[in-house]
Write a protein that binds this ligand. Structure first.
Ligand code: FAD
Length: 452
């Protein structure tokens, strides 16, 4: 064999980094890579997760784009693995496949009232404000008081986007429907709840600091949450990031408040136990917790309530099963050893690999998907004995297969067309870019068809 035909499913950062690493790796054979993506546009959560007011992080798309532009990687966008193409198809056309399908749904939070109207998962509102084509265009922003459950960066993203004045988001790429939705929002107060203390947050200092810089928003913190025990003091002394965040929070304790028209409240030692409401969300009930001496929290038996009309749970993402591939329902990942997928009996599944969030769970930053991909790709390239023997390894056979099924797939050139279209939409209204949301409009722009 002179050419390894490699399929990668998922064109998020993990899939694109895996392609780049495979392309550049030292090896005694050629490699030809096809990247399948269910959306018409590549980049996964960099395009549809990273907050629009984080242009520096969104800028990673530039580096990912260079990989696609560099040749040796073909993109098949608007192709859903499991519907448009299956594992059996891949076995007919490739020597191996890497699944890099990430995670798009919210982890569950099992408390009474969580299913009341007005209670949402963070993943859904993130998809909405980032212009994901497969979520409803209209988001019900009717609440003056909002609760966000969680103490990670996604919780901060959601809280910040909801509390910010929309005019301050206009330099970003937010689509027109998102602008209109946020403009009509009556929000005045967002309450963020964490079940442990300020020294245990999973934020990063940069994200925390920028909250304090949001225009016309007071940061409200409560003195009772800063009664540190030895464990908290040790955590602050031992970790520079925690130390920086503590300094930021201490600054907010003494800051003047009262002049802003909106407020962001941070509540710690607060474990939400129930969402209350008669037919829809009216309040959140939480138990005051206290340090358990081991870095965790235990209940105190004291319960409090806060009136809110909407609740967002930002308690983590969760992977989805990939049709025909083993899945660990508890961890929400494809079971694997260093990226080599494992069958139910624990044996290696020949030719099948995983990388990114679907490999190790939905934690970690974009950069982590690179080291992850290195490990997986190394196995792919050295596992020749486990590869499949495809009957149709020619590149054209894949185009023909998709065409025979009537799949309208997009390509790297199609992404360039969509990119230019979005930039032109932005230029038209004096902004850098305006994102296109409807899938048919994305497709039309990518395929060079007239856009309605
Ligand atoms: C709200 C949010 C904000 C974040 N902000 C930051 C940040 O500021 N900085 C940072 O470094 N990291 C951030 N992250 C983390 C970062 O997004 C992830 O580390 C990274 O995107 C994971 O990459 P991935 O390729 O594994 O998954 P994803 O980015 O989810 O990509 C998976 C891709 O697979 C595709 N796919 C799924 N199923 C199929 C299928 N059946 N067929 C075809 N294609 C499929 C998806 O459409 C998607 O494009 C954030 C994450 C979230 C959720």
């Amino acid at each position: 064999m002179t050419t390894l035909r490699l399929a990668i499913v998922g064109a998020g950062p993990a899939g694109i980094y895996a392609a780049d690493i495979a392309k550049k790796a030292e090896r005694g054979f050629d490699v030809s890579i096809d990247l399948f993506e269910r959306l018409p546009a590549p980049y996964g959560l960099v395009r549809y997760g990273v907050a629009p007011d984080h242009p520096r992080i969104k800028g990673i798309i530039g580096a990912l784009r260079e990989v696609l532009d560099g040749g040796a990687v073909r993109l098949f966008g608007n192709v859903d693995f499991g519907t448009d193409i299956t594992l059996e198809d891949l076995q007919q056309h490739y020597h191996a496949v890497i699944f890099a399908t990430g995670a798009v749904r919210d982890a569950a939070l099992d408390i009474p009232g969580i299913d009341l109207p007005g209670s949402y998962g963070a993943a859904d509102v993130v998809s909405w404000y980032d212009g994901h084509p497969d979520v409803p265009r209209d988001w019900p922003l009717e609440a003056e008081e909002v609760a966000v459950i969680g103490n990670g960066n996604v919780a901060l993203d959601v809280a910040r986007i909801l509390i910010k004045h929309v005019d301050d988001l206009m330099p970003t790429e937010i689509p027109a429907n998102v602008e209109a939705g946020l403009r009509s929002s009556p929000v005045t107060d967002v309450h963020v709840f964490g079940r442990r203390g300020p020294a245990n947050v999973k934020f990063t200092p940069l994200e925390l600091r920028e909250l304090g810089e949001v225009r016309d928003v007071d940061m409200i913190v409560h003195d009772e949450d800063f009664d540190y025990d030895d464990q908290a003091r040790t955590a602050i002394a031992a970790n520079k990031q925690v130390m920086v965040m503590d300094r930021i929070l201490q600054g907010w304790r003494t800051r003047e408040t009262g002049a802003a028209s909106r407020r962001l409240h941070l509540h710690w030692w607060a474990r939400p136990v129930e969402i209350l409401g008669d037919g829809r969300v009216e309040a959140i009930r939480w138990e005051r917790t206290e340090p358990d001496g081991l870095g965790g929290a235990r209940g105190t038996g004291e319960f409090r309530e806060q009136a809110v009309q909407a609740v967002y749970r930002a308690v983590g993402y969760f992977g989805s099963p990939v049709p025909g591939v083993p899945f660990d329902e508890v961890r929400g990942v494809i079971p694997n050893h260093e990226g080599q997928v494992l069958a139910e009996d624990g044996a290696l599944l020949p030719g099948v690999y995983a990388t990114g969030w679907i490999k190790r769970g939905p934690v970690g930053l974009i950069g982590h998907t690179k080291s992850d991909a290195m490990e997986t790709v190394e196995h792919v390239l050295t596992d020749a004995g486990l590869w499949w023997s495809p009957a149709h390894p020619e590149e054209q056979a894949v185009d023909d297969l998709l065409a025979s099924r009537g799949v309208r797939f997009t390509s790297v050139e199609g992404w360039h067309l969509l990119d230019r279209h979005e930039l032109a939409l932005g230029e038209h209204v004096g902004r850098t870019r305006v994102k296109v949301v409807p899938r048919d409009e994305m497709l039309a722009a990518s395929l060079g068809d007239p856009v309605a």
